[in-house]
Structures are given as structure tokens and as C-alpha cells.
Design a protein around this ligand. Sequence first.
Ligand code: ARG
Length: 577
Amino acid sequence: MNIRDFLSDNVKQAMTKAGIPDNFEPHLAQPKKAGFGDYQANGAMAAAKAMKTNPREIAGNIVANLELEGIAENVEIAGPGFINIHLNPQWLAEQLANAQGNDKFCVEQTDQSQTIVIDYSAPNLAKEMHVGHLRSTIIGDAIARTMEFLGHKVVRQNHVGDWGTQFGMLIAELEHQKNDNAEMALSDLEVFYQQAKKHFDEDEDFANTAREYVVKLQSGDERVLGLWEQFREISFSHGEEIYKKLNVSLTRDNVMGESAYNDDLANVVQDLMDKGFAVEDQGAIVVFLDEFADKDGKPSPVIIRKREGAYLYATTDLACLRYRVGKLNADRLMYFIDARQSLHMQQVYTIGKKAGYIDDTVSFEHHGFGTMNGEDGTPFKTRTGGTVKLAQLLDEAVTRAREIIEEKNPELSDEEKAEISRKVGIGAVKYADLSKTRTTDYIFSWKSMLAFEGNTAPYLQYAYTRIQSIFRKADITPENFTGNIALTEPQEKALALKLLQLSETLDQVAKDAFPHVLCTYLFELTSQFMSFYEACPILKDGIEPDQRNSRLMLCKSVAQALDLGLGLLGIEVMEKM
Ligand code: ARG
């Protein structure tokens, strides 16, 4: 259950009964400071102002009409007219008990399921995946998992860059080297790309072949297309390996690359010309947008076909937009692309809107993100200034995690160490990224992401293992364990409330596409678990069986929430570490 929404509906009804016009909202929030209730309704002040009455009196009328018997143990009016709601521990315990055995835990399913098309990862297949692709890949994946979990239909779309003039050069090089072995030649895509480029720059005959191949590729020459497909296949399988390492849910079925829209590009251009939005300008076909005029009022040009006939990134995205709205029937389109492509996305949307490819019933959302920087504050690079390959970065993460695990828990078996290091290393890299506000740049630091204290993956994973060890000590399998929950101590009540707030947290994430909101929640949950654990003994002698079982149920619930929440971020938990 989403408690915030539940209370909000309740206060809203009370407002109506108190004669407050419908345009006023309850404004329900979790108070920032302790001592102001579990939730605070702040809507009385605005209503009183408009109705020209006393806000405390309005608040009093609202409270008189609230129907929260058994749900709230106390409702008080504070300050100028805040309504502080203190929830009843017994009611919280019931909600938490209801969540047991439910595979969605306490999370309320959406009653307005949408088709959500999520565009993420989208590496260019000409080169190997590098750290620049990390953010789109893991942020998009966390949102896709969350949406699906809430009951939406998610269509993952991996808009890989698999088309364009550089492929002429690459397949010419592939053909040139192929006497050996294509897999081998492409085992290091980065090196291969450089070889092709060098060849292209130094050998005029080769350069001509490459250019010829671009034309052949575009006109559907079978042999050249075959080479291209081979290149694409090998390159994508590199990407697939990374997805597996990263525990990202993208598969081959989600690939809908630039090339997929190839046959539709001429139609889009024609359509835009027929509708009068696109015009010829010095041989090129251009859409002029007044919406993005410069300061002299000159409209901004978006080229959709070059003079020599080539189509552009924007043309592909327009065809893609039409497909996603028209064929995939998207209600919501979410693009996880670097913030630097913001103008491009706005242009695509503006043109698409004019041309009728999308209307107001579909939500078009570009969720941009900042850059991942090194400790010196400039974009993350290798020591020699090159781009960092994602595969290497992930291997290093696992190696570093292994060193820590060896030191912390040398008794573990080799197999256990390997599994734990993988989960901790990869989890740390992902969490460090996901826990930062998406829109800002952040500094990549091995030391802070692998710390066992603070807002890190290892801290949360460690809390999970701690709970598992409590159950091992009690000789109980948590999955089969049930018991009544009674919340007597303040730490118990606070922990139960926090657990139940997972539902509203996920709704918030679904609304704004900010995964850090979930990370902050998990971190706070863990911190509250630690306070509870300190204040409330569980297995100690002298603890009544009922109390022990109730506390074990709280532990079990925390483990469930951590497993679920981290799982939505694509981060794994383990029994020991
Ligand atoms: N391949 C592009 C790049 O690496 C990202 C594509 C994003 N998706 C899109 N529909 N434009 O910059």
C-alpha cells in the first residue's frame, strides 16, 4: 500500500466534507524533522488564505472529518495549521503482516498500467562500449525494472548505432583482414577501429572501396550487407557480455538499432515535405524551427537529408518516434541519453509533434544525465588519457572487491569469494552511479564506492548478510518463518513505517525517473535497521518468544525490502560476505 496516497485521499475527503473547494490539495508529506508525526498534511493554510478564514480553524474542521480510527493513534494541529498524523503501531504491524507472502511485498500495483517504451544503453557498434555508456545502461535498466515491477508493460529499446558512413570503412577493413578470422580481427574493437581508420587515411584505394561500400550498403547489396551483419553480430556480442557482467536486463530481442529504420527514412522526409514542414535548402532537406530561433529571430535549421542524399541522426529518431507511438502504442516514452543531446531530443519532439507522430496523450521524456568524472573532476580517462573500456572497468571492480573480501573474511571458500567479489564489485560501481542525482556530474572513486560504511552497495549488502546470519544463528530458514508482529519500541515502529514506505518510494521513482530516490530510501532503511538492532535484542537470553519472533519478522522484512530494492537497481545480494 502507498500510505502517503492513502492518507492523502483520506484528508482530501475530509476537506470536501469540511466544505473546502475541490481545487485545494491536502499536500501530504513525510515531515523532515522528528516529532511532527509520521505524515503532515499542509493544505489547510492555502485553503484558509483563499477562503479568508483562520487556518487553525480550517485544520480543525478537516481533523473533525478525518476517518482514521484505528489507523492513526493521534492527530494534532501544530503551528499555523499543520495537521500531524501519528500512525497507530498496531495498524502498521497489520500492514506489514499483510505484506508477507506477497511477491510484491508491500508494494501497491498500479491501477493505470501503461505501455512504457524505454530507450537506453544504445552504444555505437563501431566501437567497444566505454564508460560513457555506463550511465544510460544502468539508469535505464533500473527504471525499466521498477516500471515492470509496478505493473506496467515495458518495452526496452536498445537504439544501437549500427548504421552510418563509418560502417563502410569498417566492413572494408573486415574484408581486407578476413583471410584470417573475423572473430579474431574484431576481438578488440578499439584496435580494429584504429586499424581501419589508419588504413582509410593512408590508402586511397582502400578509402574508395570504403566509400563504395557505404553506397552498396545503402542500396542493399547482398554481399556487403552480409559483411555488415557479421560485423554487427560480433560487435553486439561484446555488448551482450557487458550486459551479463553488469547484470543488466537487455537482450538481443531489445535491439532496435538505427538500421531498423533505414527503409522508412525516405518516407519520413517525404511526409515532412508533403506536410510543408521540410523544405529544400541548397540541395539539402531542412526543417526550420521557429521554436529554437536564435536571438535575431532566425529559425534553427534541422537537416534531415544531406545534399548527397545521406540521412541524419534526427531523421532516424523521427522514424523511430513514429514507430514507437504508432506501432508500439507507447503511452510514455522515456529516453535515457546524455544531457548533451537535449537540443536534439527537443528538436525531434517538436518536429514529431507538428507532423502528428506524437500527440498530447503520449508523454515524451528525455531523462538526461551528467558526466562521470575522475577524481580530478574531468571526464574519467585512463592514466594515459584514453577512454576507459567498460569491460576493463568492471574487471577492476571485481578485483578490488576481491582484495577487500580476502582481507575481511579469509575463511570463505574460493568459490564463495569469487561470487561475493563479483556481486560487491559490480554492485558498488552501479550503486555509486545510481545513488547520485541523475542530472549532475559525479566523481568516480573506488575508495568511496567500495566502503562498507555510508551510502554504498557494500553497506546495504552487508546489512542483508547480517540478517541472514541472525537467522543462521537462530537455526531458522527465513523464507518459511512467520510470526506475529508487535511494535512496542520506538525503533520498531520507525522501522516498520520505513519498510512500508517502499511503496511510495517506488511510485516516486516511476514518476520522476530518479533512481537515487530508491538508493536514499534503502540507505535510510538500513540505518534504521542498525538502530533497531542496537536497541532491540533479538536472540538474547530472556527475550520472550513472541517478542523474539516479532523482531525476527522485522529482520525478515528488512531483508525482503533490501533484496527487492537492490534487485530493482540490478544489484545482487548474498548470504555471507
Ligand atoms: N547511439 C547514440 C549515442 O551513443 C545514443 C542513441 C540514443 N537513442 C536515441 N533514440 N537517439 O550517442
